[in-house]
Design a protein around this ligand. Structure first.
Ligand code: FNR
Length: 378
């Protein structure tokens, strides 16, 4: 048995015990996986400038500011991803419990394998964000929003990078479907029809994820609405008192439009490279977004974070908070709730050490002055 000392170990060990279809679903990204690789590689485009002789006996990893009135353990959270039961029978309940125990925030996907109500019960005030897709049938989305508000979610996190589903070769080849017994938890049984063919039980009949055109032709009720545009933020705000955040902002232009539209927070993301391949890595999008937002709303980001020193670098570039996607699934597969807690502990320890070795004792001290661009070899 391999000793798990970092996030890569968790990835390797979870791969050993998982079926190929699920593994490909998690690891996969759009087309050639260029963006998947670059999200991670972008962190080494920046090098840390450490400062010494600064008494780092006590290092406090807590975020600079509260998030919805709460101080979390570290400015890092569990990003929304679909179908946690693929990783473990306890699904999103295990993830939510791990968020609660380690005092990390969590966001849950519209496509969770357990209902948002069950997960909320387990995660309490650590489960903050309900991730939303706006479907062609707006009432389906409005209903999800109302349910999330009723059980006490603090924010609706609107994912804007998926007007159509990215083309993931492996999902298409594998004809990805859910195994028997696992289904979307937020939709009445058998009534779900979304971008991924989550609804087919008999694999021999599955067409796999299908093309966007097929889905639009069939006018399934839960197909994401490709007509979504900025004024729709007003519609969303009119149906809820929760904060409205947008996930998937990648440019200064869209950041400015989002602020103008009245969002309460911005989340820089390219969906972990699963949507537009060849898109810029999120770490490289972050500085322009931070500059455009000018402190008016918080800026969060995700994509490729695998080390505590990655968290450090994103914060130095101006992120208020960062989130991890795939490492949650690897932890969950490895050992359910405890596996997610292990991923959290690893990142927390690494982040604390990166802070100490850079001469910072509080998150507020992490600044641009701690980074330099990597110089190309001559
Ligand atoms: C995701 N992500 C995602 N995002 C979202 O807004 N709604 C969703 O349902 C999902 N589902 C999903 C499934 C799987 C298997 C993965 C890997 C990712 C994207 C996720 O929230 C996040 O943006 C990325 O995963 C972050 O990148 P890393 O940390 O995985 O590199």
């Amino acid at each position: 048995m391999t000793e798990i000392i970092n996030i890569d170990d968790l990835e390797r060990v979870s791969q050993l015990s998982i079926d190929k279809m699920t593994w490909d679903f998690w690891a996969g990204g759009a087309n050639d996986l260029q963006t998947v690789a670059e999200n991670k590689a972008a962190f080494s485009d920046y090098r840390i400038r450490p400062r010494y002789m600064r008494d780092v006996t006590a290092v406090d990893t807590k975020p600079k500011a509260e998030l919805f009135g709460k101080k979390f353990a570290i400015p890092c959270g569990l990003a929304p991803s679909s179908m946690h039961k693929l990783a473990h029978p306890d699904g999103e309940i295990a993830t939510a419990r791990a968020a609660k125990t380690k005092n990390w925030p969590m966001a849950i996907s519209s496509y969770s394998s357990m209902s948002l109500e069950e997960a909320k019960e387990a995660g309490r005030d650590n489960l903050l964000f309900f991730q939303l897709y706006v479907f062609k049938n707006r009432e389906t989305s409005a209903d999800l929003v109302r349910r999330a508000e009723r059980v006490g979610f603090k924010a609706v996190l609107l994912t804007i990078d998926s007007p159509y589903l990215g083309l993931r070769f492996s999902e298409r080849r594998n004809k990805f479907t859910l195994p028997r017994g696992i289904e979307p938890g937020n939709f009445a049984s058998g009534r779900y029809a979304g971008p991924v063919d989550f609804s087919v039980e008999d694999k021999s009949k599955s067409k796999g994820p299908g093309t966007n055109e097929d889905l639009l032709k069939e006018a399934k009720p839960n197909v994401i609405d490709p007509a979504l545009y900025w004024p729709d933020i007003e519609w969303l705000k009119s149906i809820t008192n929760m904060e409205v955040w947008v996930k998937g902002v990648m440019t200064a232009e869209d950041a400015a439009l989002a602020v103008e539209a009245g969002v309460d927070g911005i989340w820089v993301s390219n969906h972990g490279g699963r949507q537009l391949d060849g898109c810029l890595p999120t770490l490289h999008a972050l500085p322009e977004v931070v500059a455009a937002v000018r402190g008016k709303v918080p800026v969060h980001m995700d994509g490729g974070i695998r080390r505590g020193s990655d968290v450090f670098r994103a914060l130095a570039l101006g992120a208020d908070f960062v989130w991890i996607g795939r490492p949650v699934l690897w932890g969950l597969k490895y050992d359910g709730q405890q596996g997610v807690e292990l991923a959290e502990q690893i990142l927390e320890d690494e982040f604390k050490l990166a802070m100490a070795l850079s001469g910072t004792v509080s998150v507020g001290q992490i600044s641009k002055a701690h980074l330099t661009k990597k110089v190309a070899a001559t």
